[in-house]
Design a protein around this ligand. Structure first.
Ligand code: 4AD
Ligand code: MG
Length: 455
């Protein structure tokens, strides 16, 4: 290439670049205007009408996009006639595309407005069925439209960050992401919450947990994780149970219960500190101080179930050894804690058949639940896995589970078994804590609960 040619190419590149960044009519997001870079310049925005009022020759329209809200003034003499008529008539939630000048306007929310030169209605809206002060039931019936609300939008952004941070953490720690089945023939977490389905004439279930399949995959990949929906036919209405939730599960070869907890605390810390850094505005608007999350750094406290029982009894709880911890007990145990805590080594009666018996105390398993602070309760259940095939068979028999569907799982103990551990984290549980939500249903766009499967 000649020097001249290179020069020509580089100049053209510069010109094209300059034109690109200055091109009037290139769409920007509303939040980009608020930082002042576009002051006095022409901008183009796409979004939906959030509020609107008009007085004779002037319409004040608040437009929202995913990044925020902005006042747009549409003056009769500044836009084509059809645009003005369209703006005047358009109902809330109509979709719009507009061009205009971004100017400072102290009276407008946020201190900026766009003075429109063009205002096109893309999709007109009927009378929007959601207005202020609507019942929870009504909002759930119109969930497909209510997902446009500010709170749900913020929560979904936080959730997207949390999922991204989790995947990034796993990838950075030599875990392979795998894709287990959702339709299964065996229960992982007990028969009472199983959703049954007719699988070409035989009985099958929707997965409660990918764990057993992850266990199979450690024999090739050693450290694996999956993110799948899990299904629980939870028959009671609570603020922390969904019938369908997103389950993040890890499984690790050559790892015992204590190291399993170290993995979980590093993962949880990465998830919540990332969201504190990436979404501070969303968090603050939801009532969560990002500083609370930046404090979540390993190690987390580890107390035994035995200690938990003593603490509860000292606080006056009528709680006997052998009972499972309920919402109130979990809340009490984290009183005064800034970080999540592990409660480990639960009695066998309250946990699942696949956990490893504690060699030092056969009454309990080598397991741990992670409890979120502020009373949000269990966010992770994990354990070391039983490797003794006879013990597993004995437990399945004791609970009257036919062994047929479990033969493949038992094989994992027969062909080169190793010490291994794993855990399951409820994504909506962690989002509920991080976003300070009263009810878990607001951490998922389309909640599935005992009395709702639609929309
Ligand atoms: O404690 P769980 O039942 O443990 C398991 O499923 C294990 N097999 C996981 C594993 O070791 N791979 O469920 C794990 C987590 C809970 O700690 C909770 O966060 C969440 O899943 N979870 C639910 N989240 C929302 N709605 C429900 N109904 C949930 N049930 C469990
Ligand atoms: Mg559990």
């Amino acid at each position: 290439m000649t020097y001249e040619f290179c020069y020509l190419v580089s100049q053209t590149f510069i010109i094209v670049n300059r034109v690109r960044t200055r091109m009037p009519g290139e769409f920007v997001h509303i939040a980009q205007i608020f930082n002042g870079d576009h002051e006095g310049k022409e901008v183009a925005v796409r979004g939906w009408i959030y509020r609107s009022r008009s007085s004779g020759k002037l319409c004040f329209i608040q437009v929202r996009d995913h990044s925020g809200f902005m006042q747009v003034t549409v003056a009769k003499n500044a836009v084509p006639d059809a645009d003005f008529e369209g703006a005047k008539k358009a109902l809330l939630e109509s979709s719009v595309m507009l061009k205009g000048t971004a100017v400072k306007e102290p009276r407008a929310p946020g201190g900026f407005e766009i003075q429109a030169k063009e205002f096109k209605v893309l999709g007109v809206s009927d009378n929007f069925p959601i207005t202020e002060y609507q019942s929870e039931e009504h909002l759930l019936n119109y969930r497909h439209l209510w997902t446009r609300s500010q709170n749900l939008t913020k929560i979904m952004k936080v959730k997207a960050t949390i999922l991204g941070a989790a995947r990034e953490w796993f990838a950075g720690n030599e875990f392979f992401e795998v894709t287990p089945p959702i339709i299964t023939a065996n229960a992982c977490e007990g028969g009472s919450t199983l959703f049954e389905l007719n699988y070409f004439g035989t009985k099958a279930f929707l997965s409660q947990s990918a764990q057993m399949y992850l266990e199979a995959l450690i024999f090739s990949l050693e450290k694996v994780y999956s993110l799948t929906p899990s299904f629980r036919a939870e028959k009671s209405r609570t603020t922390r149970h969904l019938a369908e939730y997103w389950h993040l599960e890890g499984e690790e070869a050559f790892v015992g219960n204590e190291e399993n907890m170290s993995i979980q605390e590093a993962l949880v810390s990465a998830m919540v500190t990332t969201v504190a850094k990436k979404n501070p505005e969303e968090l603050k608007a939801l009532g969560r101080d990002p500083a609370d999350l930046l404090k979540i750094v390993p190690p987390f406290k580890r107390i035994s179930y035995d200690d938990a029982v003593k603490r509860l009894q000292d606080k006056g709880y009528d709680f006997a050894w052998g009972n499972d911890l309920g919402t109130n007990e979990e809340r009490s145990l984290v009183e005064g804690e800034d970080m999540p805590i592990f409660v480990k080594n639960y009695p066998k009666e309250v946990k699942a058949f696949y956990m490893r018996e504690n060699p030092e105390n056969p009454k309990v398993y080598l397991c741990a639940d992670l409890l979120a602070p502020e009373g949000y309760g269990e966010i992770i259940g994990g354990s070391e896995r039983e490797t003794d095939v006879e013990k597993i068979i004995e437990r399945l028999k004791a609970q009257n589970t036919p062994l047929d569907a479990y033969q493949w799982y038992l094989d994992l103990r027969r062909f080169g078994t190793v010490q291994h551990s794993g855990f399951g984290l409820g994504i909506e549980r962690i989002v509920r804590w991080v976003c300070k939500q009263e009810h878990i249903r607001d951490t998922i766009p389309f909640p599935r609960t005992i009395n709702r499967v639609n929309p």
